[in-house]
Design a protein around this ligand. Sequence first.
Ligand SMILES: [Zn+2]
Length: 312
Amino acid sequence: MKIIEFNDKGERVEADAGSVRSDSAGSALAPRPQLRSAAPEPARRKRGDSSGIELYMFQTGTLRTKLKYIKMNQGESDFEIPVPWFLIKHPAGNVVIDGGNAIEAAIDKRGHWGDVVDAYDPVMDVADNCADQCKSVGVDPNSVRFLLQSHLHLDHTGAIGHFPKAQIICQRAEYEYAFNPHWFSAGAYIRADFDRPGLNWKFLGGEYTDNYDLFGDGTIRMIFTPGHAPGHQSFLITLPRTGPVLLTIDAAYTLDHWENKALPGLVVSSADAANSVAKLRRIASDTNAMVVTGHDPDNWKTFRKAPFDFYD
Ligand SMILES: [Zn+2]
């Protein structure tokens, strides 16, 4: 697996996953995006220097949680995770994947999320909401054509209702489960986020629609990866210069999940979760994809971050 890092001068450094050191002296988390920074960022690309298809990696702050809520049965220690989401600029239309936390998590987290904040406490500024972050890279929310939902847990539903012209693509199994979850998953579904009037949903059918190719050009493929949630899906993004980028989302929260050292702290089927990791590992091996796990603080800080940089 390739890991791409940037040094202090913004120069790109490639390394094997096993050789990457985490900087124990620094923050465990990626720097928060500076939306209105006056100083130019050294890593920022020059205008026009792009293949025309661009992948932006954003986050809506972090969640403060405990290790056991991410890695099953692995203890009570504090653990803080990034909340990533993604934007793809494509000639056929802009695409948002997930959108992170809803803006309400920055305004009235307990009012919007309820007691789940005792287990997953959002650390988020109002300016971190995904619609405003899109504007920071020149994308009008009205120009977003598709919103792709990996699943409908509360740290992934922040875009729903904020992109008026977007069709929302989700697995049917996930949408139906979100309205009637098991007791142990119920806290993760905030119905106010996804049960809104005027939304344009399109549903995929699990293995029958697997590898759904959004634009028919191989840029965005949607891979059915149930386990963490019944209708979870991951994304294989193939860029002209970077090549394949596998967004596991929560099919592998962290590299420990990717390497079969942990089950998810929240899971509806451990067997399905393990099979989904195996499926994604086969795809990563076949394509030599760059792997982006869902919430790994160390893995996340190795990537180029929006708004100052992107992959193309
Ligand atoms: Zn998540």
